[in-house]
Ligand binder design. Structure first.
Ligand SMILES: Nc1ncnc2c1ncn2[C@@H]1O[C@H](COP(=O)(O)OP(=O)(O)OP(=O)(O)O)[C@@H](O)[C@H]1O
Length: 338
C-alpha cells in the first residue's frame, strides 16, 4: 500500500533582514497509513517549519519552499490557498502546544467544536452542537453536555488540549499533526493526553505526525522516529531501533539528556554541549560536527552520506564509514551502575 504522506527533498528558507535562514535542507521522509511517526530535535531544528510546510501555513511574506509533499499522490506544495484550506481539517487535522491561544475565548467550547460541522458539512447549528457533545465525550471530557456550554477559561490545560483534539478530529482526518501537544502540561496530564492520542489513532485508523523536542514522549506512542538537527534528518528508524541501537552522536546526546527511572539518586542529567548551527550560514560538512565529541577531519569538510543500517534504520554520519574508528556507545549511567 502506498504511503499516506511522502515528503521529498523539502527545503524551506526564510528571508530575513540578516540574510536567508536555511531552516530545512533536503528533508525526505514518509508517513504510512495508520502509522505514528515522531519528529524529534532541539528547538530551532526545523520541526515546526516541517509541520507548517505540510499544512501550508508557512508565512507567505518571507518563506520559500521547494521539493514535494505528496499526500495520497497530490503535491500539497502546488495547491492554492483555497485548496489547502479544504485539506486542513478534512484530510489533515492539527493540534498545537498552547491550547489557550488556539481557542477563541469569546465562544463556548461546544460552539467551537461544532464550527467544523457547520462550515465543512453544512450541518444545522443545533445538530452540529449535538455532534460536538459526542466528540467531547469521545476525548474524555466529563459531563460533556454541561461542559459544551462553558468557555475555554473554565477548562484546565489538559481539558483544553482535549477540546483541541476534538476539534482536530471533527472531520475524521487521515493525518493528525500534533506539534508539541503536551509540552505545556504537567507530567501526569501529559501521559493522559498521549494515551488518548494513541487510543484515538487506533480506533480511527488515522496516522499521526508527532512533533516534539522530548525523545521521552515518543517511546510509548510512535512506531518510527525521525531525528532532526539544524534543518536536516540525522537519523531515522523504528522506536525500538532508535532506543536500543542509536547510531548518531546527536541521538546519543538526546538519549543521555533523558531522565531515567533507573538512574542513581543524585545523578545529573547530561545536556548536549555547544550551541546549534547558524542556519544563516550552515556548516559545509556535517552540521553537528562543531558539537560532536567524535568529529574527524572529513566531518568538517564533507557532508556525510546516508548509511542504511537496515531497511528502516538510516543515519548520516561519517562514523559509519568502514575507515572510521569504531565507536560504541552505551548509556553512561547504566555502564557505571553495572
Ligand atoms: N517566520 C520566520 N522567519 C524567520 N526565521 C524563522 C521563521 N520561522 C522559523 N524560523 C527559523 O527557522 C528555524 C527553524 O524553526 P522551527 O520553528 O521550525 O524550529 P523548531 O524545531 O520547531 O523549534 P521550536 O521547538 O523552538 O519551535 C529556526 O532557526 C527559526 O529561527
Amino acid at each position: 500500500m502506498s504511503n499516506l504522506l511522502d515528503v521529498t527533498q523539502l527545503r524551506v528558507s526564510f528571508h530575513t533582514k540578516y540574510g536567508i535562514v536555511q531552516a530545512i535542507r533536503d528533508v525526505s521522509f514518509h508517513v504510512g497509513r495508520k502509522e505514528v511517526v515522531a519528529i524529534v530535535g532541539e528547538s530551532g531544528c526545523g520541526k515546526s517549519a516541517t509541520a507548517q510546510s505540510i499544512l501550508g501555513l508557512l508565512p507567505k511574506l518571507n518563506a520559500t519552499t521547494s521539493g514535494y509533499i505528496l499526500m495520497e499522490g497530490k503535491d500539497l506544495l502546488s495547491l492554492s490557498e483555497k485548496q489547502m484550506k479544504e485539506i486542513r481539517g478534512s484530510k489533515i487535522g492539527m493540534i498545537f502546544q498552547d491550547p489557550m491561544t488556539s481557542l477563541n475565548p469569546t465562544m463556548t467550547v461546544g460552539e467551537q467544536v461544532a464550527e467544523a460541522f457547520v462550515v465543512h458539512l453544512g450541518v444545522s447549528a443545533k445538530k452540529a452542537f449535538q455532534k460536538a457533545i459526542e466528540l467531547l465525550q469521545i476525548v474524555g471530557i466529563p459531563s460533556p453536555e454541561a461542559r459544551a456550554k462553558q468557555y475555554p477559561h473554565q477548562f484546565s490545560g489538559g481539558m483544553r488540549q482535549r477540546v483541541l483534539i476534538a476539534m482536530a478530529l471533527a472531520l475524521q482526518p487521515d493525518l493528525l499533526i500534533a506539534d508539541e501537544p503536551t509540552t505545556a502540561l504537567d507530567v501526569t496530564v501529559q501521559s493522559q493526553i498521549l494515551d488518548l492520542l494513541k487510543d484515538l489513532q487506533n480506533k480511527r485508523d488515522m496516522s499521526i505526525l508527532l512533533i516534539t523536542h522530548d525523545l521521552g514522549v515518543v517511546a510509548n506512542v510512535a512506531q518510527r522516529v525521525i531525528v532532526m538537527y539544524a534543518g536536516e534528518i540525522v537519523e531515522s528508524g523504528t522506536v525500538e531501533g532508535i532506543f536500543t541501537r542509536p547510531q548518531h552522536p546527536y541521538t546519543w546526546g538526546l538519549l543521555e539528556s533523558l531522565p531515567r527511572m533507573d538512574a542513581k539518586k543524585g545523578g545529573t542529567l547530561k545536556s548536549i554541549i555547544g550551541t546549534p548551527a547558524d542556519l544563516l550560514n550552515p556548516p559545509i560538512g556535517c552540521t553537528f560536527a562543531p558539537r560532536c565529541p567524535y568529529t574527524m577531519e572529513i566531518c568538517e569538510s564533507t557532508k556525510p552520506s546516508e548509511y542504511s543500517l537496515s531497511t528502516d534504520h538510516k543515519t548520516s554520519c561519517w562514523l559509519q564509514d568502514d575507515r572510521a574508528p569504531k565507536v560504541s556507545w552505551t548509556y553512561e549511567r547504566t555502564a557505571t551502575e553495572q
